[in-house]
Ligand binder design. Sequence first.
Ligand code: BTN
Length: 242
Amino acid sequence: MIKKIYKSLTSTNCKAQELINQEEDPEVLWVQAHEQSEGRGLGSNEWLSEPGKNISGSLVIYPDFLKAGQQFEISITASLAVVDLLNMYFDDVKVKWPNDVLVNNKKIAGILIEHALVGEDIKYSIVGIGLNVNQEVFPDDIPNPVSIKQLLAYDVNLDELRELLLEFLANRFSQLENGHFDMMKRDYLKCLFRFKEFAPYKSGNKWLHARIMGVDSYGQLILETESGERKEFGFKEIEFIN
Ligand code: BTN
């Protein structure tokens, strides 16, 4: 794996894209920045991270063993690696579908995955990970953030943490490549926030009280209402209500 660590970038996902375009031979790559001026989150969200305090990085992989329709498997894999890492420190680590990582119900990490698809194939995937590590104060408009330091009350060495994260990522991606997706899916459901618990949701302007029964192979969330009716939702189609 090639590792490139920069002081300042617009976004590690963008830099990763730039490096892929320059590279002739596909090689697994990790791009990290101490500071991102235009960190991106899911949808149109931005990702704000205090310079030098957190992990902001993107892993470039070439999952030629998967088809485009299986791209959610990459999302599950990346989420599990972050959960594995956080399980070293905390008991209550959950994934809020599709791939926000929560500790004690607060968001500690976010994942932004971008795929380059060619026909049925995935040419490469850029797995962007933002993990709150040593940041102690967050802007008021960030919903429900938390960092490792806020929970442990001590600083964590960022280089050591990055190496552990990369090990967990390598482990989980090799499980995926070696055909262990069923086991990984079970692990994902085990740590899925609100799995099988009735809770409120909103879809468009419709409110529903439902429970998560799983995710389908396209990564859609499967909800079941109290009357037993099941429905799948894509990312923009459903909102978790507290
Ligand atoms: C989210 O929760 O909305 C996803 C956040 C993803 C943030 C990471 S930080 C590294 C990489 N570069 C980006 O610009 N975004 C991702």
